[in-house]
Design a protein around this ligand. Structure first.
Ligand code: NAD
Ligand code: UDP
Length: 320
């Protein structure tokens, strides 16, 4: 089948990358996943090994990327993504956002492929505009602890636009807001896996600060649909994809507590710890652009998404 589209997914063994591998194979693409497992997990793609439409290349994308044959799309998702990962791996995070993005763009140019960058709501930093529209330039502390991630992604966006403008590369920029679902790493420190990890171990869930900071959590299948639509659109300027249903972290912990009780009958305690530095106080996407240009809106509400995700982790652990 010579006309079969070929899609390269960097970070393909990660949480989001592995869900994208599944979706693109289901759409009839041949998928080439590239990952060095720095924060990813071979288990995420184990079910795809042996599939004739899937190929895996173990490689650090900050080094020259070699792919044989034609490539139609490159989805650049490689990067540590959780705060504890990028605080532990600050140089690798800066390198994959800068050198890795440059190499992935170079591959796209050499192959004449469409390029999609996984950017982030973190480009808005600790936002002074709320909710955040794509036109907002952000409030980022370049020398703060989170700066290694935020600035790497801001650089990656600039580099993508430079390839678009200078080399006429066909590019897309996706600003992803907090996304959750099966295959997150339970020890990745992000709020939901951390809370579930505590519930599984019978230890208290730790809320940072007083828990009044807000986030807006999107279920993974909604995000994947947004990515599919953005890639297949003509939208070359950044697009936010996230669920606008904003909640405080304390209320979010309480929702997790209730679902854990429902599923297992167990009570979980909530305790408070110091807020990490530069932790954004609010975050909520303005989705107008995604709605108008891509016809995209989230479809899974938090109660449903949390139930699916928490029961996935409890089943994995053999608890339910
Ligand atoms: P993840 O850590 O599960 O996946 C990232 C993957 O990239 C891992 O498999 C890791 O091994 C791989 N990787 C990192 N550096 C690499 C390198 N130099 N070479 C090859 N592979 C490398 O994280 P995720 O949540 O799936 O995030 C994926 C992408 O989406 C990231 O770019 C992240 O910035 C972006 N994003 C995610 C969220 C979210 O809520 N999950 C929000 C905003 C942006
Ligand atoms: N958070 C928390 N307890 C945890 C992990 C995270 O209270 O065990 C808070 C964190 O301080 C932040 C919010 O939850 O305010 C979301 O954190 P996460 O790491 O999931 O994502 P990000 O800060 O990148 O949005």
């Amino acid at each position: 089948m010579n006309n079969q589209p070929v899609t390269v997914i960097t970070g393909g063994a990660g949480f989001l990358g592995s869900h994208l591998c599944d979706r693109f194979i289901a759409e009839g693409h041949k998928v080439i996943a590239i990952d060095n497992f720095i924060t990813g997990n071979p288990d995420n793609i184990a079910h795809l090994m042996g599939n004739e439409n899937f190929k895996f290349i173990k490689h650090d994308v900050t080094e020259f990327i070699y792919v044989e044959g034609k490539v139609d799309n490159i989805l650049h998702f490689a990067s540590p993504a959780s705060p504890i990962d990028y605080l532990k791996l600050p140089i690798q995070t800066l390198k994959v956002g800068s050198l890795g993005t440059h190499k992935a763009l170079g591959l796209a140019k050499a192959k004449g492929a469409r390029f999609l960058l996984a950017s982030t709501s973190e480009v808005y930093g600790d936002p002074l505009e709320h909710p955040q529209k794509e036109t907002y330039w952000g409030n980022v502390n370049p020398i703060g602890l989170r700066g290694v991630y935020d600035e790497a992604k801001r650089f990656a966006e600039s580099m993508t636009m430079a390839y678009h403008r200078y080399h006429n590369l066909d590019t897309r920029i996706l600003r992803i807001f907090n996304t959750y679902g099966p295959r997150m790493r339970l020890n990745d420190g992000r709020a939901l896996p951390a809370f579930v990890h505590s519930a599984l171990n019978g230890t208290p869930m730790t809320v940072f600060g007083d828990g009044s900071q807000t986030r807006s959590f999107c279920y993974v299948s909604d995000l994947v649909e947004g990515i599919w639509r953005l890639l297949n659109s003509n939208e070359t300027e950044p697009v936010n994809i996230g669920n606008p249903d904003e909640i405080t972290i304390l209320d979010f912990a309480k929702e997790v507590q209730t679902i854990v009780k429902e599923l297992t009958g167990k009570d979980t305690e909530i305790i408070f710890k110091e807020l990490p530095s530069d932790d954004p106080k609010v975050r909520k996407p303005d989705n107008t652009k995604a709605k108008e240009r891509l016809g995209w809106e989230p479809t899974i509400n938090r109660a449903e998404g949390l139930r699916k995700t928490i029961s996935y982790f409890f089943k994995q652990a053999g608890i339910i």
